[in-house]
Design a binder for this molecule. Structure first.
Ligand SMILES: [Ca+2]
Ligand SMILES: [Ca+2]
Ligand SMILES: [Ca+2]
Ligand SMILES: [Ca+2]
Length: 489
């Protein structure tokens, strides 16, 4: 971090972030669990987010994680707040909102750390130390938050998928330029100030801003229709959120998310959707419980390891290959083919996007090189399978299909510095390797570099059908997983 914030606030924040980077609550939870199998898994103590929101005494406080409100609280009578979170997982790219009547201010929180141990007491984090430009939740932090939200939307991303270090750098850049009088950002600030004063005069207009990534507009149409807001200053009430949107979009056009990515490593996000309405690659209904039992109390697990056709380092190969220790680490992360051991999450934690949407998530870190760069076109190759059962149960009645595995080459096809693969549980037409049911395939699936012409090689991350009409229309969301980054030189 080359730059420093006024009063040294920012220097302290960097040190605090480094402290939490190497240690996860999950590892300690597992340690606690295995020490005594009968012990109830302890919950970590809360992480408290403290800050100032002057002028918002008694206001409602909401922490938006994508489209959902992860935590809520209140601003106290002094205009300060202490928002309690559960400390269970690190939250990336959340938006804090203080709202009272027709007035609201926002602040973007790049990374709200989790507890580092279940044994730790409550942990207090100062907003000003983790969110550049948010010494207080006010018009400046609101402008920066809206501009970054809009920039992410322009790029088709959610804030949670942008590296926290990139969000930090971008907030510093926007804050610096805003205070330096950047014309487009100044117009955005003035528009925010106009919304604030219009909202003051129209308490019944309700919350002006919609921080959800699925929002139609950043400024709610209902607010603009109920208040007399003139965000673009053309002398006429706006009537809807479009004029405000245009001002913020113009400011966002001049912003880029900068980041430097960790060389040779990548975050892999494996997701599985368990649903009764899912359709396979032939557009036929999937029977999720053809092989697995639909027993009450069952949960989703993943298991797998490095595929044997991954290049290993040795006498004949010293580059684009895995060392034995790297293979062991990936095998361990994936559960090394022990069924019903490595849990997947559909509670919005551990990188999972929305809670309870039927999409379960497992994220891990792996070695990586672009497959096309290798002499034989081979990347890091893994195999995996989902099981739906009870912790410690065997294969029977739990595996999605027997005698086959799913195969995946870790090749970043959409250049987002992540490997994201969303499968449907028990889909026998996707990357199931041997007896594959895809009508237009060849009955089996192999690697992109070795697939025969006309045969399916559905063994990389790929765009999918997002809306259930059997037509491919986009890349799956990475949920709350951000790429691996290093501080830029
Ligand atoms: Ca207007
Ligand atoms: Ca989910
Ligand atoms: Ca990717
Ligand atoms: Ca579609």
């Amino acid at each position: 971090m080359a730059r420093t914030r006024a009063g040294g606030v920012w220097v302290g924040a960097t040190a605090a972030m480094l402290l939490v980077a190497g240690c996860s609550v999950d590892g300690l939870l597992l340690g606690e669990l295995t020490r005594d199998e009968h012990r109830v898994m302890p919950e970590p103590a809360a992480v408290i987010l403290r800050g100032k929101a002057p002028g918002f005494q008694g206001a409602a406080l909401r922490l938006w994680a994508g489209p959902t409100i992860a935590f809520s609280g209140k601003v106290d009578s002094e205009g300060t707040f202490a928002l309690q979170t559960d400390g269970r997982s690190t939250l990336v790219g959340t938006v804090l909102e203080a709202q009272s009547g027709g007035r609201a201010c926002l602040a973007l929180v790049p990374e709200l750390p989790a507890q580092t141990s279940v044994l730790n007491p409550e942990r207090v984090v100062q907003l000003a130390e983790i969110a550049p430009g948010a010494l207080e939740v006010g018009d400046v932090s609101t402008t920066a938050a809206l501009v970054l939200l809009q920039r992410a939307r322009i790029e088709g991303r959610e804030l949670a998928t942008i590296a926290p270090s990139s969000l930090v750098e971008t907030l510093i850049d926007v804050d610096t330029r805003l205070r330096g009088g950047d014309p487009a950002l100044t117009l955005a600030l003035v528009a925010v100030q106009r919304v604030l004063s219009a909202g003051k005069a129209a308490p019944a207009a309700g919350a002006p801003f919609d921080p959800s990534p699925s929002a139609l507009r950043l400024l709610r149409d209902a607010f603009a229709a109920t208040s007399a807001v003139d965000a673009d200053g053309n002398g006429a009430p706006d009537g809807d959120g479009a004029p405000f949107e245009a001002v913020i979009t113009a400011a966002a056009a001049g912003v880029t998310f900068a980041a430097c990515y960790t060389p040779g490593r990548i975050k892999v996000v494996l997701q599985v959707r368990l649903a009764s309405d899912a359709r396979d690659g032939n557009c036929e209904p999937i029977q999720p419980f053809l092989w697995a039992d639909d027993k009450p109390g069952s949960q989703m697990f993943i298991t797998g390891g490095v595929h044997k056709e991954t290049p290993t380092c040795g006498a004949g190969r010293t580059a684009f290959c895995l060392q034995p220790g790297e293979i062991d680490a990936v095998n361990a992360a994936l559960g090394n083919w022990v069924p019903n051991k490595v849990a997947m999450f559909d509670d919005g934690s551990h990188g999972d996007g929305a809670a309870s949407d039927g999409i379960y998530t497992f994220a891990f870190e792996a070695p990586h090189w672009p497959a096309a760069a290798a002499p034989d076109g081979a990347g890091v190759r893994i195999a995996y399978k989902f099981t739906y059962g009870a912790q410690g149960q065997g294969w029977t009645g739990a595996e999605e299909f027997p005698g086959n595995q799913r195969i995946l080459e870790l090749d970043d096809r959409n250049n987002d510095h992540l490997i994201v693969r969303l499968d449907h549980f028990a889909d026998e037409t996707s990357n199931k390797d041997k007896a594959n049911g895809l009508f237009t395939g060849c009955g089996k699936v192999t690697w992109a570099a070795t697939a025969a012409a006309g045969c399916s090689s559905d063994s990389v991350e790929r765009a999918i059908d997002l809306d259930g009409d059997c037509k491919v229309d986009g890349w799956p969301s990475a949920g709350k997983v951000a790429p691996l980054t290093v501080p830029c030189p």
